[in-house]
Every structure is written in C-alpha cells, then in structure tokens.
Design a binder for this molecule. Structure first.
Ligand code: OSB
Ligand code: MG
Length: 362
C-alpha cells in the first residue's frame, strides 16, 4: 500500500466570511492511496487555523502521519478502522480523512459507486442548498436572487453577534417566503438569549449553532425559549452526542459533516439517530474541493438526509477545481457520479498549478 499526500493552496472565487473569519484561499491536504491498481482519494477538512473546531491542518497532519497511517496498512474496512483508531481520542477530522480514503478504496474494490456502497437507502441524488458568507447587504440580496434563479432549495446566511437583525430583516423584506436559515458558528453566549429571541420573527427553518462549539446543555435551554428550531453543527462530534442532544432537546436538526464526525460510518449512524428522533438531517460542507465534495454528495444522496444541504456544485467555490469531473445542479438537485467510488480523480495540471508540497507517508 502506497500513500501520498498533496498540500495545495487554491484561490476561492470570492472571500467567504463567517463569524470566526474570512477564507480567501483554500489550504487543503489531499490523500492518494495506491494499491493493486486501485487509486483512492480523500480530503482533510481542517483549515490553517483552529477557529471552527479544535483541529487544524498541522495537528491533523501530525495525527495522520504519526498514528493513523500505520492503522490503515492492511486496508481495514472503514468500520474496523473506527474500532482500531478509537484509542486515539478525538481528532475526528484526521480520522475522517483516513476513513473516507478507505471508503473510496473499498467501494472501488466492490466496483460500486460510493453513494450505493454507503447508503442502505440510496435516493440517488442530493438536494442542494447554498451557504452564503457575510457580505455587504446589497451583495447578499443579489447573491440570494442569483441562488434562487439557479434553483437552490434553501438559502443559509452566516450571521454574527450584533449583526443578526441587520442581515435578516432586509432579507425577509425582499424574500418573505423563501426557505431561509442562519448560521452563527458559535458566536453567542448564555448572556445573549434576549438578542437571539429577536431571530424568531424571521421565520427561519432553523438557527444553526448559535452557542458554544462544544455545548448541548445551553442549546437545550435556548431551544425552550425560541420558537425557531435549533440545528447543531460544531457540537455534534459523535453518534453518542447526537443521541444526547436529541434526548435533551438541544436540537431538532443536525448538520452532518462527515469530516467532523470521523467519517461516513458515523454520519450514517447520526442520520439514523435524527430520523429515529423525528428530527431532520442534512449534509454540511467545509468549502471542500471536488474530492471532499464527492463524499458529501454521496452521503447526501441517502433517503435519511431529508433537508437540503450545503452541497453546492464545484463552480460556486473555485474557478478551477482540482478534479477531472464537476458536479452539475439541475432544479436544485445534484447527482453523484455513477462510477466506482467517488467517481472523480485529480486533474494533474491543476494539481501542478496549486501544489505547495507533496510527500509519501507509506
Ligand atoms: O459552519 O457550516 C459551517 C464553511 C466553513 C466552515 C464552517 C461552515 C461553512 C459553511 C460552508 O457554511 C459550507 C459549504 O458550502 O461548503
Ligand atoms: Mg455551520
């Protein structure tokens, strides 16, 4: 088994601003496994900085290089990998990069498209929503109109403390009926419950991760006060936490990011937990390139995923993506590729253009 990595810096089409910062370029690490004529890929979803969650590119790469690479030497099933990597605490994003690499590999061995390999109930397509970063309000209004024209099924806007009403009020004035949500990326605290109550009048489908990145208790208290359902993103890092979050009423919706929960195996478990609790689940994103995106779209093509996700086609993020095939969206629907595994590979000329480092791990 041969394992390579590529570190790339790819310019984003436009800056993406959240409550925790602005992304101008995508600093991404891609893995490539070669074995017996099969080539598999995966993408690490960490960023340069630990501002979304506790991991970053450097910490995750350290965990992969010094702990996880030896655990995938004999290409265990993803389920087995979850078991044998459990002694390493946390570090879900690092684990997910290896787990998804194994999923791509094993679905290629089985000669099945990934979306059929992983989903008990494949729907065969993903319902797409769009996540819009913080911008000048007239820019946001324009981007919303363009997104609706393109067929997106849900509009999500980023908000931050103090700016919530000045973002949401003009949006609702212009678009009174669109399916709308807001994502605070943990910008509020227990002192801000009064401010958060102001959000109820905007009739959001849900409010995403208003409070602390690792909290479910305060979210359950907030949920009792708000009429807007709460969706958890950052806080849901395992199936057990998802189970507890539903049980205590901390959320009615979950944003599942395969990278954040340790991979696709746990993503499936969490989707089932949401459904068993009469909640809702959708697949989020981390501005992934076409490699990471293909895993998200495969996962979003399950019947268990009942809400539109942050699964835009590649062209929304990059003028030039690093893959050889691009997703297309028609009427707000994106179909996964119908070839074995993720169905995409690296476009060598784009790789050469954006590569800052490469190396061999095994
Ligand atoms: O919280 O969902 C988030 C992007 C970077 C970090 C966190 C988040 C996001 C997004 C964009 O909302 C999702 C996407 O389009 O990939
Ligand atoms: Mg989010």
């Amino acid at each position: 088994m041969n394992l390579k990595y590529y570190r790339l810096k790819i310019p984003m089409k436009s800056p993406f601003t959240t409550s925790f910062g602005t992304t101008l370029d995508k600093d991404v690490i891609i893995f490539e496994l070669n074995h017996d004529g099969i080539k598999a890929f995966s993408e690490l979803i960490t960023s340069e900085d630990p501002f979304y969650g506790p991991e970053d590119n450097t910490t995750a790469f350290h965990i992969i290089k010094n702990y996880l690479v030896k655990l995938i030497q004999n290409l265990p099933s993803p389920e087995k990998f979850n078991e044998i990597s459990n002694f390493i605490r946390g570090n879900n994003m690092a684990k997910a990069a290896m787990e998804m690499l194994l999923y791509d590999y094993h679905s290629k061995v089985a000669e099945k498209p990934l979306f059929e390999f992983i989903n008990e109930k494949p729907r065969g397509y993903a319902n797409a929503g769009i996540s819009l970063g913080i911008d000048k309000i007239n820019v946001t209004l324009e981007k919303i109109q363009q997104s609706l024209d393109k067929g997106y099924k849900r509009i999500k806007v980023k908000i931050r403390k103090g700016g919530e009403v000045s973002i949401l009020a003009p949006i609702r004035d212009h678009f009174p009926d669109i399916p709308l949500s807001a994502d605070a990326n943990s910008d509020y605290t227990v002192k801000d419950f009064k401010t958060l109550e102001k959000i109820d009048k905007f009739d959001l489908i849900y409010l995403e991760q208003p409070l602390y990145h690792d909290d479910i208790i305060y979210h359950s208290k907030l949920a009792k006060i708000l009429s807007t359902p709460i969706c958890l993103d950052e806080s849901i890092t395992s199936p057990e936490i998802a189970e507890n979050a539903f049980e205590i009423g901390a959320c009615r919706v979950v944003n599942i990011k395969p990278g954040r929960v340790g991979g696709l195996y746990n993503s499936n478990l969490i989707a089932k937990i949401a459904s068993n609790n009469k909640g809702h689940a959708w697949i989020g994103g981390m501005l992934e390139t076409g490699i990471g995106r293909s895993f998200n779209i495969a996962m979003a093509s399950s019947e268990l995923i009942d809400y539109p996700g942050d699964t835009s086609p590649n062209e929304r993020y990059f003028s030039q993506d690093i893959v050889d095939r691009l997703f297309e969206m028609n009427d707000g629907i994106i179909k996964p590729f119908n070839s074995p595994g993720i169905g995409v590979k690296i476009n060598e000329s784009v790789l050469t253009q954006f590569k800052v480092e490469e190396g061999v791990l095994s």
